[in-house]
Design a protein around this ligand. Structure first.
Ligand code: ATP
Ligand code: MG
Length: 548
């Protein structure tokens, strides 16, 4: 898989070519440029993996650069979360930088464009600018301010900087081509007025560079060789190149390469939308285990290895597509399969009384810790007259092909004995109180019993020593309604009660297990205490995709 991905990676091909032709510096340098206005999501993980692994492939480096050209208050919570997430994914940035540190240099670049007759101050209102821009079918119309003299433009830009004008009163525009078929090239705005305090530069500036002007300059200053971004910037590339050419002071300007952004089914991936879910209290914070944020999937129990594997498997493409959320689950399963030990846990428990088993006896049964990895060894768990089985492992009236417990049927209790269900005892309200069963002492696991075969094997826990736990079962955050619209899934969190074998009482926050026959679980990092164990279901053992 990795091989195919390597060969198909058009980004690597482009870099190879640039190196061969001497179009870029020898030291390959990429950057991951988040805007610190929210937590990172799995889409960002794709960008992070791509930028860091691409640089690594060439023995190069990757910068973490905060794209903070908007004068908003810096939110340290977001900055800290971004760094924690990048580190968690296993990457180390070469430099941590702020785009706003380049404001002086960007300003100098703008002045140079004015001096070269390549930029002008425009007084049109935002509505007029929009109107003059034209459409895809019609060319734009030149601004009446387009032919101001260089001296006038320099003076006006100086005045903009000095705070003589209100927000929106004037802008600085690149003088390119109002008839260009690419609307981005129709005299784009490169500086705007915003009387706002910036977290880094305070009140020094009341003019701020636009993304399309700032980004190529940031890249060039850092000597980024390849500026990898998502496909919606493809139409902006001519402007990216124009800015670098017009400023003209870099020996080997960076090259922008676009790839398709990651879209996932059954979730939403926009910081703005995710922030609304948090602000409206629809989820329990940015790290709610149902969120597609890196913080959310970390708390959910996904591993960085699985996320990186996922990013590699989906590969990089030039066309947008939507990836099944189920593929990410498959990567998680694949990773955890050989890493975590089994434990017996039953959910919606049903009590079992083994009527022919001695009242005061407890036997220790030896059970393997992992089917996949024998080196993980065995453990001992208690077995006695009263046990619990999982609610799903009993049916009073079995459906066809049901081989688990039902009246009159014999099954194997994994690691213990063959057990036959003889009688169902009910409560007054008709619910099941307990099942009266018998065991066959001959059939003890490991005794070499070669007698009759049974079709079903189920797991169990000893009632006396069972540890009561809370289990949080997650489903997709979004589902399709009958009209095919994505809506919030009302059942995205269902909490149940579980009974676990004794060692679960010692589980530490963040510890992962396979609950035998059920799936992979992690002790929740925030809710688990010394006395109460709360587990998140990370993922089931099999894909549940077909059901949905
Ligand atoms: P959002 O729309 O979710 O707010 P954004 O693109 O505005 O995302 P930035 O902080 O600007 O967020 O993104 C940092 C980097 O991550 C950018 O290079 C961007 O292209 C990339 N990125 C964002 N979303 C995705 C995605 N779904 N798939 C791949 N890369 C992404
Ligand atoms: Mg953005």
């Amino acid at each position: 898989m990795a091989e195919a991905y390597e060969n198909n990676n058009f980004i690597h091909n482009a870099i190879d070519k640039d190196l061969e032709e001497g179009n870029c510096y020898e030291d390959i340098l990429t950057r991951f440029p988040p805007e610190p206005n929210g937590y990172l999501h799995i889409g960002h993980a794709k960008s992070i993996c791509l930028n860091f692994t691409t640089a690594a492939k060439y023995g190069g480096k990757c910068n973490l650069r905060y794209d903070d050209t908007n004068p908003v208050k810096e939110d340290m919570e977001y900055v800290n979360s971004i760094e924690e997430d990048v580190k968690w994914l296993g990457f180390t940035w070469a430099n941590r930088l702020w785009a706003s540190d380049y404001f002086d240099e960007m300003y100098e670049c703008a002045v140079k464009l004015i001096k070269d007759g390549k930029a002008y101050v425009c007084d049109l209102t935002p509505e007029q600018i929009k109107e003059y821009r034209g459409t895809l079918k019609e060319p734009g119309k030149e601004s009446p301010y387009r032919n101001r003299s260089i001296e006038e433009n320099l003076a006006l830009f100086e005045d903009m900087k000095a705070g003589k004008y209100a927000d929106g009163e004037k802008v600085l525009r690149a003088k390119i081509d109002m008839a260009s078929p690419n609307i981005n090239m129709r005299d784009p705005i490169i500086y705007r007025i915003a009387h706002a305090t910036h977290h880094n530069t305070g009140d020094k500036w009341c003019i701020y560079p636009m993304y399309d002007f700032a980004h190529p300059i940031e890249d060039a200053i850092e000597k980024i060789t390849h500026s990898i971004c998502t496909l919606e910037f493809e139409d902006h590339r001519p402007l990216y190149d124009w800015v670098l050419e017009a400023v003209g002071k870099w020996e080997k300007p960076p090259r922008q390469i676009e790839f398709a952004r990651l879209n996932l089914t059954n979730t939403i991936m926009s910081k703005r939308y995710l922030k609304a879910l948090v602000d409206d209290g629809i989820v329990d914070g940015w790290d709610d285990p149902r969120m597609p944020t890196i913080a959310g999937i970390r708390r959910r129990g996904y591993t960085p290895e699985a996320v990186r594997d996922f990013c590699e498997r989906i590969g990089v493409a030039k066309a947008n597509s939507t990836v099944e959320a189920d593929l990410l689950d498959a990567c998680v399963r694949e990773d955890l399969k050989t890493k975590v030990e089994n434990r017996n846990v039953v959910e919606n428990p049903i009590k079992i009384i083994i009527t022919n088993y001695p009242e005061d006896q407890t036997e220790m049964m030896e059970i393997e810790n992992s089917r996949e990895v024998p080196e993980m060894g065995n453990r001992q768990i208690p077995f006695s007259r009263e046990l619990y089985v999982d609610g799903d492992d009993f049916m009073e009236v079995p459906v066809k092909k049901y081989f688990r417990l039902f009246p009159g049927n014999e099954v194997r209790f994994k690691g213990a004995y063959f057990i036959t269900c003889n009688e169902v005892v009910k409560n007054e309200d008709g619910s099941i109180k307990e099942l009266l069963c018998t065991y066959d002492p001959e059939t003890r696991s490991g005794s070499g019993f070669e007698g009759r075969k049974v079709k079903g094997t189920i797991h169990w826990v000893d009632a006396k020593t069972a540890v009561k736990i809370r289990i949080r079962n997650y489903d997709y955050l979004m589902i399709e309604d009958e009209n095919g619209e994505q809506v919030m899934n009302p059942d995205s969190l269902v909490e149940t009660v579980g009974y676990a074998e004794p060692s679960i009482g010692e589980a530490k926050a963040g510890e992962r297990f396979q609950f035998f026959r059920k799936g992979y679980y992690i002790a929740d990092s925030e809710l688990t205490t010394d006395t109460e164990k709360v587990f998140n279901k990370i993922v089931g053992l099999k894909s549940s995709w077909k059901k949905k």
